[in-house]
Structures are given as structure tokens and as C-alpha cells.
Design a protein around this ligand. Structure first.
Ligand code: ZN
Length: 357
């Protein structure tokens, strides 16, 4: 009970309560009949730990338990203030706790290079990596309503059997045909018109240390790099771009797929890490520009010639390296990237030109 009071105090202080009330109003005003009401609650781990260490600990280390506490608080609020007329049971509330950050401590970092993973405790971790592959956005079942198939049973109507997606669950955990009524053991059937679909996207991330493997340095330590699957759902779909580096907060999930066991991460938050590259042009580069300033093309040619010389000896694959350099110049993290590189190409080989475009 005390934890629920603290959760309410946190919601009130953080502005989450007002947002919740606004969301309730939207649902109540909506003409659409819903079986599941989804609410996002933004949680700042530092603030909540300061308010109550036990609740803070639950949020970061036992999110399922913490979600249950917030769900109960929200249900009580909806009932006492009669915020949503349609809502009948607590199961109809789907609470998703969204973290603002995690403490930057080693125990919260999930390193893709380190084995074994601790995936038995379903708690939040930070993972950093580069996106190497991505699927298109597809649909998944966010929530569904089931009723007892026996018309004589009192649970053949109402909203007692609501199933919502929980982090790490597969589609079959939400939707299956072998659920039975707890009152009369008749099979449950889904009321299809209440099915709620959400967006889902799967991304493959690789540790940024893996890029050192392509730099041609032979290290005595043998390293193994394997990509890691990250699930992006609902508001996180389309948040990532191939080739970019991201910091993901999420819950590791062990997926049993026939004979294989795969470890994945269910994302809760996606951020672009602050870029720590050089903020100015180095003296050596300035010197090179001054040396080659007598020609428009020399600087680019020298750069293409020596680019990636640790991997490819200077002077080889110049066309390819020039294309990579141009692509690097154009690659930016901004979404409103409208800058283009103008090129003047003089050649009688149209194939190279086509490849550049
Ligand atoms: Zn029944």
C-alpha cells in the first residue's frame, strides 16, 4: 500500500499524473470502443530512487513488479474519479514505464563482447551498438480480449480475460487457442473486434568495437562478434537508421526458437550517443590543404589515394575509396539532411559514373 502511495506522489510531482488524466480524457471522449487502454509513464530513475529507494529499485531491477504497482494506482484513479466510462477491469489498463536514462555504472551495461550474459533477471540494461540490418515495420498484437465460449458462463461477456503484450513475450503468449476459462474450464475464444495492433520492427546491432576488425590491425586477442537482435515496438519503430550508432535501454529476453536459443533486447528507449569525434580540422589536414591549394582536385586525389591505407595499400581502388569518402561527407545524423555534394566527373567510362550515382 505504501508503495502505491509513493507511486502516486511520484506521478503527481513528475507531471505524469496530469498526462495520465489528459490521456484518460482522450480515451473517454473517443467514440471508438476499446478493450485495452495503453498509457506511457515517463520515469526518471534518479528522481524515483530519491523519493523511495524500494520503488526505485523495483523500477530498474524488477520492472514487471513496478509496472503492476503503477497499473494498480492508475486503475484506482480511473475508478474513483470515473475517468473512463468504458473501463471495467484492471486488466484493461496497459501501463508502459519509459525510463529517461539509467545510471552510468558498469553493472547496467550489456556488453555484446562479454559472455555469459545474465539474462535470467529481466531488468533494464544499456546496450550500445551500430545498426547493421533492419526489417520493415510490421504489426504485432498489442492486446486482445477473450471471452468464455460457454454462453451460460458469466465470463462469456465482460472484460475479465484481457491479454496484453509484455516485454519479451512472443505473439503466442498474447494470442493462443488453448486458454481456458478459470470458472468453468471451457475454452476461451477471442473477440476479434477488440484486437489492438501495434507497430514492430526488428534491428540487428553489432558492437562498435567490431569495426576495429576491419582496420587491419592484428591483435593477439581473438575476438568474436555477433550481431544482437533488438525489438522496437510502437513509438520506437522507425527510430533507427542502418549504419548509425545507438544507445538502447531495454530488457534482455531469451527467445527459444525450435532448437536455437537467441538472446534479444526489448527496447524501452533509443538514443543517439553524443558523438565524440574531433570538433575541428587537424593541423595536418590544414597543411595538406595549403600544399594542394594550387589545384581543385589534388586534395581529394591525395585523400582518396591514402584513405584506409592500413587496409588497402596507397594507390589501389582509388575510385572506390573516393566514393566512400564522398559518402562519408554526405552522411549525417540529422533527419533534415538536404545537403548534397556537387561532383564534376570527366570520364569515358560510364560504368564508374553509374556506380557513383
Ligand atoms: Zn466460463
Amino acid at each position: 500500500m505504501k508503495l502505491k502511495e509513493t507511486a502516486l506522489v511520484y506521478l503527481d510531482r513528475s507531471g505524469g499524473l496530469q498526462k495520465f488524466l489528459d490521456d484518460c480524457k482522450l480515451y473517454n471522449d473517443s467514440k471508438q470502443s476499446c478493450a485495452v487502454f495503453r498509457f506511457l509513464i515517463l520515469i526518471n530513475p534518479s528522481d524515483i530512487v530519491e523519493l523511495d529507494a524500494v520503488l526505485g529499485n523495483y523500477v530498474m531491477h524488477e520492472p514487471v513488479k513496478a509496472t503492476r504497482i503503477f497499473k494498480s494506482v492508475c486503475f484506482t484513479a480511473v475508478q474513483t474519479l470515473s475517468l473512463i466510462q468504458q473501463l471495467q477491469t484492471e486488466d484493461q489498463i496497459n501501463i508502459v514505464l519509459k525510463l529517461t536514462h539509467l545510471p552510468s555504472l558498469p553493472s547496467y551495461v550489456l556488453s555484446l563482447c562479454k559472455f555469459p550474459f545474465d539474462y535470467t533477471t529481466q531488468r533494464f540494461y544499456i546496450l550500445e551498438g551500430i545498426v547493421v540490418a533492419m526489417t520493415t515495420v510490421t504489426k504485432y498484437t498489442q492486446g486482445a480480449r477473450f471471452v468464455c465460449s460457454d454462453d451460460a458462463c458469466q465470463l462469456s461477456e465482460g472484460f475479465q480475460y484481457i491479454r496484453v503484450h509484455t516485454p519479451g513475450a512472443t505473439e503466442s503468449a498474447t494470442l493462443r487457442n488453448d486458454f481456458v476459462c478459470s470458472l468453468c474450464t471451457s475454452p476461451l475464444r477471442e473477440d476479434m473486434k477488440y484486437r489492438v495492433l501495434g507497430d514492430k520492427q526488428v534491428a540487428e546491432l553489432i558492437d562498435s568495437k567490431a569495426t576495429t576488425a576491419f582496420q587491419g590491425f592484428s591483435t593477439s586477442k581473438i575476438q568474436r562478434f555477433q550481431s544482437f537482435t533488438v525489438f522496437l515496438r510502437d513509438e520506437l519503430a522507425n527510430k533507427m537508421k542502418i549504419g548509425n550508432k545507438y544507445k538502447v535501454i531495454g530488457i534482455p529476453v531469451c527467445m527459444q526458437n525450435s532448437s536455437q536459443v537467441a538472446l534479444c533486447l526489448e527496447a524501452n528507449r533509443v538514443d543517439c550517443p553524443t558523438i565524440t569525434g574531433p570538433c575541428c580540422i587537424s593541423e595536418k589536414f590544414k597543411y595538406l590543404i595549403s600544399l594542394t591549394s594550387n589545384s581543385y582536385w589534388k586534395f581529394t586525389a591525395v585523400l582518396a589515394n591514402t584513405f584506409a591505407s592500413q587496409v588497402v595499400p596507397a594507390g589501389i581502388y582509388n575510385h572506390l575509396k573516393l566514393a566512400i569518402l564522398l559518402s562519408l561527407v554526405q552522411t549525417t545524423d540529422r533527419d533534415d539532411a538536404t545537403g548534397y555534394v556537387d561532383l564534376l566527373v570527366m570520364t569515358n567510362d560510364s560504368l564508374i559514373l553509374e556506380r557513383l550515382c
